[in-house]
Design a binder for this molecule. Sequence first.
Ligand code: AMP
Length: 201
Amino acid sequence: MRLILLGPPGAGKGTQAKRLVDKHGIPQLSTGDMLRAAVAAGTPVGLKAKAVMEAGQLVSDEIVIGIVADRIEEADARRGFILDGFPRTVAQAEALDSMLAGKGLALDAVIELKVDQSALVGRIVKRAEETKARGEPVRKDDDPDVFKTRLDAYNRDTAVVAPYYKAKGAIVEVDGMQPIDAVSAAIDAALAGSQPRAAHG
Ligand code: AMP
């Protein structure tokens, strides 16, 4: 199964993606996680991305598309994957379409988590507090001011990605304001109803 989780930062994409990993045994491809790993490792990509990420802006399409193109070639992604945080621009969505078409593959589902943006800053403050309580480092971009910049970037560049898929008739909207388990159940129901549009590789 190949699917995309869409929605603004803090909508619960990462939480739901992890659950889907356990349920379906396919990897979560989070471009945010991959970029943070590159920053931590000090790779050339990480060096380019660090300041942009800390400021809450989007990393260039070229870099992110390159990362995803490499990642979906890895063995564990052959049976499918859950894209979390990608595509974030129409250029990324188009690049993904050509990557998949080049392999004779298609997406099984695009799920959009719909949330009330006014509740998101509160969610992110809570996420930062819980991370801190676990003794783990808090993401620099979960600072409330940077978070607002991330939300602006979402509204400017990423909000158009859902209509891109809608125009292809390939998107399911899920109310992301429900409790986590209810969101998971709604996603499961959406996936049960979705018809694979290409042979699984
Ligand atoms: P996330 O963990 O998905 O919230 O991503 C954290 C940060 O990584 C974002 O604020 C961006 O700076 C960068 N990033 C992650 N995914 C992308 C993407 N698909 N396109 C551009 N920048 C991205």
